[in-house]
Design a binder for this molecule. Structure first.
Ligand SMILES: [Zn+2]
Length: 511
């Protein structure tokens, strides 16, 4: 025991002398006592994190998810929670609650437990579920270093590589360690309920029904989501919304089979041309949707413009990195642009290209479209607008493959399939969730974090918020450049440590 304590002490004192007490990008940490506490706890935190990373969590593998769920239930039970899986279709949510009989408020926390599949050959380590510690070399390559580096030459730029290191076992490990830290100061004055999603990577198809079914159990005053990356500058961030998503597939038809373009060009109608004309009529060259009323309800007031301008985006640098010179003209800036619904062509297919190019009139053309929704968007309304627009161009629009009779009766046919996936959400900075998250980060860093009115991406949170009618805030605790979903996913050690402190500081706000 003594040896263990000595080791931890050595760890803590080594770290505090080597790790500069600075925020990962923004400035000086204000709550040094909390930071020191986290540093002391870091050896155990890394061990817990490595154990969690060693559990495969491919969302498609039920056996993996079962073992992972048992681990989570055990981890929460050990921390005074009552924990079990919730009865529902699909892969069940893991639920944990710690009730304080004197509490007046309840905080619901969302964590994501499942992960993307792995292709071990693409990883620069033997097993994506066996975490490795790496240091970046001068030539930019990442090289495996012994775990003892964390005690010897510890620097915050070391990274831990494994599947779900950032998305999203990092936040789970950080949350568990944060619970241990705040427990040392006595019980929280609110009830804490936690749901852990095991189907996030497939769009949480069973989550909305499960939330409705367990509405009473999940009753809370606010939702905190510890997931996702911060602003790309890696500065502390609170995100108060996310866009929703709906998908549309359009198919146009030519002859039944591809036909010789010499024999039938100028005679057989070309589906690629028709599809291009449809798509071209929907948007201007500079990216604005031309379908009337598509942006209805979304405006940028002077106040909102002022608020959005506080986000420190370096758009010149961003354009250099992304490789274009002029942005679409939906908003004046990146932040303004994501306050509107989008209509994005995400894939196109007709005939063959490059080496396979053939002299044919194709049989059909397909476009895949996604619509990112904002809170003001009604997905069914937007889908109807698209449908009406295509009809106004003279097309016969159906939701299935046309019959022979229909082909003979209608010169221009489009099959349109659509699906609202989930809605958008947005909470106010002065809502309970907004205040708890923003104050928690402000207290730890001594300055207000970047507050994003909405992230551009989509997370399956809207069903929870709509059913429970509570505000929500997303508190990212991992680095932005973490390779999530790709091979060689990682978490920066400095972010791992500060993420624990961020979560502890947020949870420590009395209610
Ligand atoms: Zn993901």
């Amino acid at each position: 025991m003594k040896k263990v304590i000595n080791t931890i002490f050595l760890w803590a004192s080594t770290l505090s002398s080597l790790l500069p007490i600075t925020a990962y990008a923004s400035g000086v940490v204000y709550d040094k006592a909390l930071y020191q506490q986290v540093i002391k706890q870091t050896p155990q935190a890394v061990q817990l994190y490595k154990n969690l990373l060693s559990l495969p969590n491919d969302t498609h593998n039920q056996e993996d998810i079962k073992k992972l769920s048992s681990w989570l239930i055990h981890a929460f039970n050990q921390r005074g929670f009552e924990s079990h899986t919730l009865d529902m279709s699909g892969s069940p949510l893991v639920y944990a609650e710690r009730i304080n009989p004197n509490a007046k408020k309840t905080v619901l926390v969302y964590l994501q437990a499942d992960g993307q599949p792995v292709d071990p050959k693409a990883w620069q380590q033997p097993n994506p579920y066996q975490a490795v510690l790496k240091k970046q070399q001068n030539d930019g390559r990442w090289q495996v270093v012994p775990w003892s580096y964390l005690t010897q030459s510890m620097d915050p730029d070391l990274r831990i590589f494994a599947r779900s290191a950032a998305d999203s076992k990092g936040p789970i490990a950080q949350f568990l360690v944060a619970l241990d830290l705040i427990q040392q100061q006595g019980p929280l004055n609110y009830n804490l309920k936690v749901i852990m999603d095991t189907e996030e990577e497939i769009g949480s198809p069973n989550l909305p029904a499960a939330i409705i079914r367990h509405k009473q159990k999940l009753k809370a005053d606010m939702l905190l989501i510890f997931d996702g990356p911060p602003h790309y500058s890696n500065q502390p961030t609170v995100t108060l919304g996310a866009r929703g998503i709906a998908t549309v597939q359009l198919t146009t038809y030519g002859p039944y089979k591809p036909q010789h373009s010499g024999h039938y060009g100028n005679y057989a109608p070309n589906p690629a041309l028709h599809l291009s004309q449809i798509l071209g009529s929907m948007k201007s060259q500079d990216g604005r949707v031309l379908i009337p009323n598509f942006y209805e309800g979304s405006t940028i007031s002077a106040d909102l413009r002022e608020l959005l301008s506080k986000v420190p985006d370096d758009e010149q640098q961003l354009k250099q990195k992304l490789g274009f010179s002029v942005h679409d003209k939906v908003g004046n800036t990146l932040q303004e642009s994501i306050q509107f619904p989008s209509l994005n062509i995400r894939g196109l297919q007709s005939g063959w290209v490059e080496q396979q190019a053939r002299t044919i009139v194709p049989d059909k053309a397909i476009a895949e479209i996604d619509i990112r929704l904002v809170k003001e968007s009604n997905p069914q309304r937007l889908i109807s607008l698209i449908r009406n627009h295509i009809e106004s161009l003279g097309y016969y629009v159906i939701d299935r493959v046309p019959t022979h009779k229909e082909r003979m009766a209608h010169p221009y046919i489009v099959t349109m399939k659509s699906k609202p996936v989930y809605g958008a959400f947005r909470s106010e900075p002065n809502s309970l969730a907004g205040k708890m998250a923003i104050q928690g980060l402000t207290k730890f860093y001594g300055e207000r974090p970047i507050v994003l009115r909405s992230g551009g991406g989509s997370i399956p949170i809207a069903p929870i918020i709509d059913t429970l009618k509570i505000p929500a805030a997303i508190v990212p605790s991992v680095n932005a450049d973490n390779n999530q979903h790709s091979p060689n996913e990682n978490l920066r050690v400095g972010n791992f440590i500060e993420g624990i402190a961020i979560i502890a500081s947020v949870l420590n706000q009395p209610l």
